[in-house]
Write a protein that binds this ligand. Sequence first.
Ligand code: FES
Length: 110
Amino acid sequence: MSIDVAAFADVPEGGTLRVMLEETPVCLINLGGSVTALHDTCTHARASLAEGYVDEGTIECPRHGARFDCASGEALTPPASTPQPSFAVTIENGRVHLDPTPSHPHPFDS
Ligand code: FES
């Protein structure tokens, strides 16, 4: 099952779009025409990753500057050490669809 969350055209190339996946905020990231999806709430201290900066396949948190891999959510630099949950993305008929099951639970959701 996948859920339609946005128009592909609304995700700026090299940028982000914050969407809701049911009750979960998700940061969509457009990397040269392919879209990845991470939980939007930074695992360090709750900033919105969609307000961050995308560069070379990573996204930098706007609050304290931790970087995460845009595809896997791996925490690459301090102060974050916990990976962002990621979501599987499919593009169909110009729409972005997400699998609602994350790669792992967000630490703040438990
Ligand atoms: S809130 Fe994201 S690095 Fe601190």
